[in-house]
Write a protein that binds this ligand. Structure first.
Ligand SMILES: Cc1cc2nc3c(=O)[nH]c(=O)nc-3n(C[C@H](O)[C@H](O)[C@H](O)COP(=O)(O)OP(=O)(O)OC[C@H]3O[C@@H](n4cnc5c(N)ncnc54)[C@H](O)[C@@H]3O)c2cc1C
Length: 401
């Protein structure tokens, strides 16, 4: 069979390598190089999968869990790791089961995938403008600026819409729409959160470890524990990015930080009383510094309208209670998410109800397949998004008839 793959990214290259063992495969990419997005993954180190079982993988899928069940069982994370090892890429496992190349170089992941695709014709710098089904010739027609080509099968592996300089500009949605596919509205995911409060600028650059970010999302509560970073206009870091994937479709979001998740209110009150006793003659700003990083302590006192120069022994019980409340429930005014351009992953995409989860074949157009981020599947960080790209590509390649 003559097969076209649009996109030489993570999913396109993996599918191409497998299919070229039996078929005549052509891969098109608009970039001059393969795997431009892969190159920037994991801050240039490429967290290619996770050392986990299928159940844990599925627990980290935000949208598309049911759809992913079949393909993740066909190509589970352990097998993905073995596959790369067999291609000649030694790997290592880091915190949270994250799998990286031993060399810490995403370019090595691209190299082995390109070698895996040595039997494919790879047409770089060739932007696919349109796809059609030619009823007379009973095959697909692919149109680029360089020419018109005919294929028996087409695989759309064009990625999502984030970091568009890497080539993923959302063309796949346009192609899928042509074949009557529904596109679930695109939203940024794994992206920093904007905060409207003016004080946020004063907190820029601060990293908090072991805090809880809490949200009420259209009435539902959700929280993440871990590391949080303040930017000039909001929040980033692992727990903010995870939270973004759950609030990107919400109407109403309330956010707060628990700076002391290990202590309940009573324990925090006891600690507060002990610290007041031991620091009676110190200033309130010194006291606040015992609970928060300096700049955060300053903002806390300002929000409570407590003079930082005031002595601790003049702390009223009302002020103490408000101080504790601020430590446990530091409210932030949600201002939306950063734009899709800065998102690690696209939420939304081709509706998975219209795609066969075993073969990735369109249920609307026989012979058309869709794999990777173009689908309405998104996961949390930890190597799960590339796992999705690889698992859907494998299922497509292994089951193509
Ligand atoms: C900064 C960043 C860091 C990330 N880090 C990680 C990580 O460490 N671990 C992880 O699991 N995930 C990570 N991700 C997510 C991961 O990169 C994507 O989920 C994955 O690359 C999706 O694979 P894909 O094959 O679907 O699409 P892509 O890898 O985006 O490939 C799509 C390809 O299609 C080509 N293309 C698009 N339209 C056309 C057209 N019309 N004609 C020709 N070619 C076209 C593009 O040029 C592109 O090369 C990260 C994402 C970003 C932005």
């Amino acid at each position: 069979m003559k097969i076209a793959i649009i996109g030489a990214g993570a999913s396109g290259l993996l599918a191409g390598g497998f299919l070229s063992r039996e078929h005549d495969v052509t891969i098109f990419d608009k970039n001059e190089k393969c795997g431009k997005k892969l190159y920037i993954t994991g801050k240039g180190r490429c967290n290619l999968t996770n050392d986990c079982d299928e159940e844990r993988f599925l627990a980290n899928v935000v949208n598309g869990k049911k759809f992913m069940m079949s393909s993740i069982h066909a190509f589970p994370p352990k097998q993905i790791r073995e596959f790369f090892e067999e291609l000649g890429l030694p790997t290592k496992v880091e915190r949270g089961g994250r799998v990286f190349p031993e060399s810490d170089k995403s370019s090595d992941v691209i190299k082995v995938l390109q070698k895996f695709c040595q039997r494919c014709k790879i047409k770089l710098g060739e932007d696919v403008a349109d796809i059609d089904f030619d009823n007379d010739q009973n095959c697909f027609k692919i149109i680029t600026a360089q020419g018109i080509y005919y294929f028996d099968r087409v695989i759309i592996a064009t990625g999502g819409k984030s970091y568009s300089a890497t080539g993923s500009t959302g063309d796949g949605y346009k192609f899928a729409k042509k074949f009557s596919h529904t596109i679930v509205e695109i939203k940024p995911a794994l992206v920093p959160i904007e905060v409207k409060d003016k004080f946020i600028k004063d907190l820029q650059g601060i990293t908090l470890k072991n805090v809880t970010l809490k949200a009420t999302i259209d009435g539902k509560k959700l929280e993440f524990f871990g590391e949080l970073l303040f930017t000039d206009r909001g929040l980033t870091g692992p727990i903010a990015l995870s939270m973004s994937s759950y609030i990107n479709r919400a109407e109403k979001v309330e956010l707060s930080i628990d700076f002391k998740p290990a202590l309940d209110e009573n324990k925090l009150k006891e600690r507060c009383l002990r610290d007041i006793e031991a620091n009676k003659n110190k200033s309130m700003s010194t006291f606040a510094g015992l609970f928060f990083p300096k700049a955060v302590g300053k903002v806390v006192l300002e929000r409570l309208k407590i003079d930082g120069q005031k002595k601790v022994n003049s702390f009223t019980s009302k002020e103490r209670q408000d101080f504790i409340e601020m430590a446990k429930n530091f409210k932030l005014s949600y201002g939306g998410l950063y734009p899709i351009e800065s998102a690690i992953i696209t939420s939304g995409g081709v509706d998975t109800k219209q795609v066969n989860p075993k073969t990735m074949e369109s249920k609307l157009q026989p012979g058309l397949h869709l794999i990777g981020e173009v689908l309405d599947v998104d996961c949390l960080t930890g190597g799960y998004n590339l796992t999705t790209a690889f698992a859907t590509a494998y299922a497509c390649a292994k089951n193509m008839k």
